[in-house]
Design a protein around this ligand. Structure first.
Ligand code: FAD
Length: 298
């Protein structure tokens, strides 16, 4: 198995492509798995060495939300992202950012183009989501229109610059699909938080592509023990609310073996949901119990 230094040498400055012209690139790192372990042992003392190997300790820390040892590791990336996606990314306030300035320099020419088969339909249930794709012929038309629009927007921008308009003002009508670049530095604790939110199926596909690339292509080989624990205790973990565990308790108390049907589920739901025709919380609960095989999908 390659050492941390070997993995780092292979990963640094490698541009992992995302979307049609974006990338993520690892620039620098401070600390390996050992930095986390070392910090944790300051609080627990050398004695932990006897009862807990490094892997077990890292898994314990993550499972029990003992998060500060993970802040001892820092990672710096160079990223190239369309501005609409960057707008979501930049909401994560715990990173240090230095972004390409379109006041100082001419805006990056490339804009993110959507391929004809990649136009997503508005989800009927989730107002923030998408599901399925538009038909191919309509997709082709939308892609052509987008190409035309982006070209015109760029020409207008160039014409303003040539007329002497300041770069800070000339940029105002550039589309959000315009790429930007930034250095993004964040500690491992907050990076895992970012990844948990942005690799989730509820996150927008574009930022999911970026976060998945960071997670799968960079963190996984560099911090295999942390990554394994992250997948086990965060990414693929399921959180149950009090109302949900009580619902399971009532279903179990019926004495009928699982999986339970919709009728049994509705009878066991909390009284506060019973009068509601539509309840997002009830839907979320049903989905969790279905994923566990406790409620049928009929
Ligand atoms: C699926 C999804 C949908 C979203 N929809 C919307 C939306 O419709 N509208 C919208 O505006 N945003 C939306 N967001 C953004 C979201 O509300 C958060 O702003 C974003 O995910 C950053 O999360 P964070 O604050 O936990 O992260 P960070 O800013 O990285 O902060 C990490 C943690 O540090 C702590 N922290 C950081 N700064 C402070 C502070 N000033 N005070 C107290 N604690 C702090 C908090 O514990 C926080 O969880 C959405 C996010 C997701 C994932």
């Amino acid at each position: 198995m390659p050492t941390f230094e070997e993995q780092l040498a292979a990963l640094r400055w490698q541009k992992f492509p995302v979307l049609d012209d974006g990338f993520v690139c690892l620039v620098d790192v401070m600390g390996d798995d050992n930095a986390i372990v070392q910090a944790a042992r300051v609080s627990y003392g050398e004695g932990t060495k006897r009862v807990s190997d490094d892997r077990t300790l890292i898994r314990y820390l993550l499972r029990h939300w003992h998060t500060t040892p993970f802040e001892m590791v820092e990672l710096k990336f160079l990223v190239r992202v369309p501005m609409d996606c960057w707008r979501q990314w930049i909401r994560h306030r715990t990173a240090s950012v230095n972004e390409y300035s379109t006041r100082y320099s001419v805006a990056i020419e490339e804009m993110q183009e959507t391929a004809s088969e990649e136009w997503r339909l508005q989800d009927s249930g989730n107002r923030q989501g998408s599901s399925g794709y538009l038909p191919a012929d309509l997709g082709t038309q939308l892609t052509e229109e987008e190409h035309h629009f982006q070209k015109q927007a760029r020409q207008l921008y160039q014409a303003r610059l040539e007329a002497g308009v300041a770069r800070e003002q000339a940029r105002k009508d550039l589309p959000l699909s315009t790429y930007t670049e930034a250095y993004w530095k964040i500690d491992l604790h907050n990076l895992l938080h970012f990844l948990r939110l942005r690799m989730d199926s509820h996150a927008q596909k574009e930022i999911r592509d970026y976060s998945t690339t960071i997670g799968e292509q960079i963190l996984k080989p560099l911090y295999p023990v942390v990554w394994e624990a992250f997948e086990d205790y965060r990414l693929h973990a399921l959180q149950l609310t009090r109302l949900e565990t009580e619902t399971i308790g009532r279903l179990a108390a019926t004495g009928t073996p699982a999986p339970w049907g919709e009728e049994a589920f509705l009878a066991a739901q909390p009284s506060s949901w019973k009068d509601l025709t539509r309840s997002r919380e009830r839907d979320e609960c049903r989905e969790k119990l279905r994923s566990l095989g406790l409620v049928t999908r009929d």
